[in-house]
Design a binder for this molecule. Structure first.
Ligand SMILES: [Mg+2]
Length: 272
């Protein structure tokens, strides 16, 4: 069991919830890491706390490298929570699915690469079709990391797709400037206070976007969810580390409890 949540200063979120937002990664942040990525599920209580936050905050969003459909399956019935899939290349907000037009042009390259991968990569490497991207997972065969990286690099060179390393995986995706940082940057433009929670390499651009927003005068909070596999750069990129998905859920509950309890009125004399 995790101990008490670490001190996180939510005062700006409590004071002006309508001008505040929380964006969070899914895998490893709201769900435990599992060997078969298709079996990842949200921790119990995640949907309830996201729904609760969305009743007061200006924005609540889940931002993932997964497709929107994957997120929607795992977080059903949350129309007020925005889902950003494939690093923002697709989004579902207020029931409307949007796909970046530039990404559609790469659909055939992604499909043919997925077919080739299924035929060519060794057994034990899982080929995950993600619509506008394809991921090669070598968690079960970590000794094949180099081989998979070389295969992906060659496929990228041949198609123009981008090969992006992840945790025990490489993804091939359209070479567009979409990453979690662009999602956070867009969100921050409409907010005074913005938080991002993440656990992995793909979250680092989101934390960089928070740092930029802070330099521009926004209140920001970067939270890292720890894991045995966390990238070295994570701790240095965040304001606070919490203990895995349970820790992330605990700080989100703290935020939600404060909003529900009207703690915003309490902190007039508190330091900013
Ligand atoms: Mg993650």
């Amino acid at each position: 069991m995790s101990g008490p949540p670490p001190p996180v200063d939510w005062s700006a979120w409590w004071e002006r919830p309508g001008r505040s937002g929380v964006l969070t990664d899914f895998d490893g942040t709201l769900s435990a890491i599992v060997e078969d990525p298709s079996r990842a599920v949200a921790l119990p209580g995640v949907s309830a706390v996201l729904a609760s936050l969305a009743t007061s905050l200006g924005m609540v969003a889940v931002v993932s490298g997964r497709p929107v459909a994957y997120l929607g399956d795992r977080l059903p019935g949350l129309p007020t929570v925005a889902l950003f899939g494939l690093y923002g290349l697709e989004s579902l907000r207020d029931g409307r699915l949007e796909v970046a037009p530039a990404a559609l042009a790469w659909q055939e390259a992604v499909s043919s690469t997925a077919r080739r991968a299924a035929a060519e990569v060794p057994a034990g490497v899982e080929v995950e079709r993600k619509g506008l991207a394809v991921a090669l997972h070598f968690r079960r065969r970590p000794e094949l990391a180099g081989l998979v990286a070389a295969w992906a690099a060659e496929a990228a060179a041949g198609t123009g797709l981008l090969a992006q390393p992840g945790r025990f995986s490489v993804e091939l995706l359209p070479p567009l400037r979409a990453d979690k940082g662009t999602v956070v940057e867009d969100a921050a433009a409409g907010l005074d206070a913005v938080c991002f929670i993440g656990d992995d390499t793909g979250d680092l651009p989101a934390f960089a976007a928070l740092a930029k927003a802070r330099r521009e005068g926004k209140t920001t909070l970067a939270i890292g969810a720890s894991s045995a596999e966390q990238p070295q750069a994570l701790a240095g990129a965040v304001d606070v580390m919490v203990e895995g998905p349970e820790g992330a859920l605990a700080v989100l509950r703290e935020l939600a409890d404060g909003l529900a309890g009207g703690r915003g009125g309490r902190s007039a004399g508190a330091p900013a």
